[in-house]
Design a protein around this ligand. Sequence first.
Ligand code: DX5
Ligand code: ZN
Length: 230
Amino acid sequence: MPFDRSVKIAPSILSADFANLGAEIRAVEAQGADWIHVDPMDGHFVPNLTIGPNVVAAIRPHVTTFMDVHLMISPADPYIGDFAKAGADLITVHAEAGPHLHRSLQSVRAEGRKAGVALNMTTPVSVIEHILDDLDLILVLTINPGFGGQKFQSAMLPKIAQARALVGDRPIHIEVDGGIDPTTAPKAVAAGADVLVAGSAAFRGGSVETPEVYGANMRAIREAARAAGS
Ligand code: DX5
Ligand code: ZN
């Protein structure tokens, strides 16, 4: 898809019903999701275990927008090929996850996928300063990764702005992940984010039987963010 810096809502299926992932994805897409955010975790890099390449492959046919896969696994390199073959459109690796971040990004692009770098809260933007031509997305964590439902850390707002300033005119998305809701989304967008991941705030109170709740949740985030962007 052509590069586009308009605000995109990426519901994280970490907050969806895991027994019903295909239907959950179809529901949020029908209700206006721009991307689908997927959170593999290894129980080692983060203290939680979630999904692997088989599940990503199983949900792939249900995603008609763009599958954004945020790997919280270390080392990531041995699994990049598996997640690419499973159908991820974009694969994000953590800057802290392996010894050679640039090699990981090269592996993602060699698989024909877009490549992202996630920055934990204590990781400075400067780690990617010299490799900007090799990435498509910077994910700024505004929580400690591993779980949904945590509080947005406003101390990361200057870091979002720093990442945005660093990319300049380059076609690199700035994604913010953690604690995004209608209150925090405008702050993230004002700082320079264009992709907003939302887990609990997107899925809260809804189900595949009441998908309009997902629509209202995402609309509330989008409208609040739009007010900040203009
Ligand atoms: C956490 C994940 C997030 C998570 C966000 O490690 O990376 O994508 O789903 O959840 P909320 O939006 O509830 O903070
Ligand atoms: Zn995530």
